[in-house]
Design a protein around this ligand. Structure first.
Ligand code: SF4
Length: 209
């Protein structure tokens, strides 16, 4: 681990609840590892497709009102803030390995993963703040754009935007599925490579005089 990681964690702890500081530091470290991995051009291209589809889907949503009050009066952690009920999950689950890899290879850097300013309570995802997500769209996982609850669906329908949003979300799902397949294949190769090397070495040892 680099020496600046504990320092970064210390500085964040002075500004943030300890649980959020720890989760952001762990996520940044996972991102550093992923960014350092060797990735083929096609996988990188698919990560770019996810980023493009995410932008297009977000543009189709436009401004929505549902997300600002959906969590009011719900139990902790969902009701920690008035809005963002769907942001009350655990950070590591929101940023699973595929989502994190898609972000890493579309250009997200550790410093782009900025928690909310101030000492807002830590109520679910580390980037959930009192008013909104603290991340720029391009640094949010695809699932954050893809998820549409019933309340939001009704609002989009009322505004005549549901069909367009669903079409863009289908594109985003297709892009994320293609990226996940490429990423999973790389993970499999990385697991298998040492096994294959070990088998080859054993065969060489056996066949040498
Ligand atoms: S990254 Fe942002 S949008 Fe996604 S779950 Fe966390 S707070 Fe919500």
């Amino acid at each position: 681990m680099c020496v600046f990681v504990p320092i970064e964690r210390l500085v964040m702890r002075l500004r943030q609840p300890a649980s959020r500081a720890a989760e952001v530091a762990a996520l940044r470290q996972r991102l550093r590892v992923e960014r350092a991995s060797t990735v083929a051009d096609d996988e990188r291209g698919l990560a770019g497709e996810v980023a493009r589809a995410k932008r297009a889907a977000a543009a189709a949503f436009g401004e929505v009102a549902s997300c600002g009050s959906c969590a009011a009066r719900q139990p902790w952690p969902v009701g920690g803030f008035a809005g963002g009920a769907c942001c009350a999950g655990a950070t590591a689950s929101v940023f699973d390995d595929h989502e994190l890899a898609a972000l890493a290879h579309a250009g997200t850097r550790p410093r782009d993963l900025r928690p909310p300013a101030g000492r807002d309570a830590h109520a679910g995802c580390a980037f959930r703040g009192a008013e909104a997500c603290s991340l720029a769209l391009e640094h949010r996982p695809a699932r954050c754009v893809h998820y549409v609850c019933d309340t939001l669906r009704v609002e989009l329908h009322r505004r005549g935007r549901l069909d367009e949003v669903e079409a863009q979300l289908a594109e985003l799902e297709r892009a994320m599925r293609a990226f996940t397949a490429a990423h999973r294949a790389r993970q499999d190769r990385e697991v298998l490579a040492p096994v294959i090397d070990a088998v080859r070495a054993a065969v060489r040892r056996r066949s040498s005089p």
